[in-house]
Write a protein that binds this ligand. Structure first.
Ligand SMILES: NC(=O)c1ccc[n+]([C@@H]2O[C@H](COP(=O)([O-])OP(=O)(O)OC[C@H]3O[C@@H](n4cnc5c(N)ncnc54)[C@H](OP(=O)(O)O)[C@@H]3O)[C@@H](O)[C@H]2O)c1
Length: 250
């Protein structure tokens, strides 16, 4: 007789979360239950079982883990999701469950990079002021660019997939509507064409990024938003590593 499959809760909504759910389909020992935050109106559904919406803080999550008979949790939320990882750590500690953090490694500055690492956008504005930046390239989420409107001495070139509605009011800004990825050559051409003196972006991590390579080549400073702090947990950088961890967990 085969043993019943145990359930792993995957806190997803990211590329890694979808890929893990896909990889766990038909797994002989683990059933995957994906959880989405429920912010998107018609989200793409992960492979296998899924549920949607907040749990009600760490206590709500602990109760969910208990009532659903969850045997392990994998936190595959976005690197800039601030709360869920901490909630998962607290709930798993309370329930005595193994927890893994799955995320792509952050980008690291090399010796030729001129990075200014910041922990919020106010610090990023302060760095641009200090550098007396006349023209900055913002490669951020469209909801985040409003933080830069107080800097009236800088001309912003802002790249986004869509315009925010309503668009924030800048003293001087132009929008480029485009969806990546962009090659180093394309990014170099853009930075040169617009006379960019500083690039502002988030440390999303993953494969080497075209704009970072272009900024390095042109000697342009990068104002880099660091990832928020995460609890100390086991970590995996790839879906394959997460599967190996699951094998050991049960
Ligand atoms: N922040 C970003 O830049 C970003 C970018 C792309 C995608 N996302 C995704 O969007 C979601 C929300 O982002 P956020 O920045 O608001 O995260 P967050 O600060 O970590 O989470 C805020 C609250 O949203 C609920 N939540 C988050 N992820 C959930 C999940 N996978 N399943 C069920 N509930 C979840 C939890 O509510 P309760 O306390 O009620 O349980 C959590 O306390 C995350 O899943 C994240 O991966 C975020």
């Amino acid at each position: 007789m085969t043993a019943p499959r145990r359930t792993v809760l995957v806190l997803g909504g990211t590329g890694e979360g979808y890929a893990l759910a896909e990889a766990l389909q038909d797994h002989p020992r683990w059933r995957c239950l994906s959880s989405l935050a429920g912010r998107t109106r018609s989200p793409r559904l992960p492979a296998g079982d899924s549920r949607s919406g907040g749990f009600g803080g760490p206590e709500g999550l602990a109760a969910f883990l208990r009532t659903e008979g969850i045997a392990a949790v994998i936190d595959a939320t976005h690197p800039f999701a601030r709360r869920m990882g901490w909630n998962a750590a607290a709930a798993c500690t309370e329930q005595g469950l193994p927890l893994l953090r799955l995320d792509r490694p952050a980008w690291q500055a090399g010796p030729e990079d001129r990075w200014h690492e910041v922990t919020d956008w106010d610090q990023a504005v302060a760095v641009l002021r200090r550098l007396r930046t006349g023209r900055a390239f913002l490669a951020l989420g469209r909801q985040e660019v409003a933080a830069f409107t107080p800097l009236t001495t800088c001309h912003f070139v802002i790249r986004a997939v869509d315009l925010p509605d309503p668009p924030p009011t800048f003293a001087a800004a132009e929008w480029i509507l485009a969806r990546g990825p962009f090659s180093q050559a394309e990014e170099e051409a853009l930075l040169r064409h617009h006379g960019i003196e500083a690039v502002v972006c988030k440390n999303s991590g993953g494969p080497m990024d075209g704009k970072l390579a272009a900024a390095r080549r042109l000697g342009i400073p990068v104002v880099m938003l660091q990832r928020p702090a995460r609890p100390q947990t086991a970590r995996a950088a790839t879906v394959a590593e997460a599967l190996t961890w699951l094998e050991a967990a049960g």
